[in-house]
Each structure stands twice: as structure tokens, then as C-alpha cells.
Design a protein around this ligand. Structure first.
Ligand code: FMN
Length: 108
């Protein structure tokens, strides 16, 4: 369903994060809400010693239609992305990606 999630088949758990258009018609707002919820899950997983990875689905039509079909999702339920959770089997390399030149003060 996505070429960038092959490791999901070996993960302890996978989650499909879905928008519910029956409750909120705006996918843009749903994405913001779900992104915040997802980030919280990733941070909590980390604090529990669990590895996780955000796996992009929407807006790739091929991917979200495949998930829709596989899970027989009801009308209005849109699979936005997936998250893999599991116990990591290799040492994590912490990357320092902070670039102060990308932070703007008072004006851009
Ligand atoms: C919207 C979004 C979609 C992503 N989709 C994938 C994906 O399909 N496959 C994957 O291995 N990682 C995916 N990632 C995870 C990123 O590749 C990366 O691991 C994560 O942002 C952490 O980056 P860092 O380890 O360089 O800090 C996605 C991340 C985001 C925010």
C-alpha cells in the first residue's frame, strides 16, 4: 500500500490514523488535529522506550484508497497516515537537525 513502510510488517503494532468527515467536513482541520494527536503518541511512545514511525498515506490517492478497501472503512472515514510501533532492534542515532538560521524573530 505504500513503498515506504516495509518495516511495518515486522512491527509490534500498526495504527491507521483516520479523519472522520461525518464529524468534521474540513480535512485541513482534521489533519491539524490528527497531526497533534500523532505527535503526542510518538513522544509518549519514546518515553516508554517504544520506537515509532509516521507513515504517510494521504493525499496519495492510491495509498488511501488501498487502505480504505483493505479495512472496509465506512463512508466519510479517510485514512490519513499510519504509525508503526515496536521495540527497536538497533541503536538509535540522535540527529541534531536544529538550524538557528531557520528561526526568525520579529519579521521573516
Ligand atoms: C507526514 C510524514 C510522513 C512520513 N512518512 C514516512 C514514510 O512513509 N516512511 C518512513 O519511513 N518515514 C516516514 N516519515 C518519517 C520521517 O521519514 C522521519 O523518520 C521523521 O520525520 C523523523 O525524522 P528524523 O529522524 O530525521 O528526525 C514521515 C514523517 C512525516 C512527518
Amino acid at each position: 500500500m505504500t513503498p515506504y513502510a516495509s518495516f511495518l510488517k515486522d512491527a509490534a503494532m500498526g495504527m491507521v490514523v483516520c479523519a472522520d468527515k461525518n464529524k468534521n467536513d474540513s480535512l485541513d482541520y482534521c489533519q491539524q488535529d490528527l497531526a497533534a494527536a500523532t505527535e503526542n503518541m510518538l513522544v509518549e511512545a519514546k518515553s516508554l522506550g517504544i520506537g515509532s514511525c509516521w507513515l504517510g498515506v494521504y493525499p496519495n490517492e492510491e495509498r488511501y484508497l488501498a487502505l480504505n478497501q483493505y479495512f472496509k472503512l465506512p463512508k466519510g472515514i479517510v485514512p490519513m497516515w499510519m504509525i508503526s510501533f515496536g521495540y527497536i532492534d538497533q541503536e538509535e542515532v540522535v540527529k541534531d537537525k536544529f538550524d538557528s538560521s531557520k528561526v526568525h524573530y520579529e519579521k521573516y
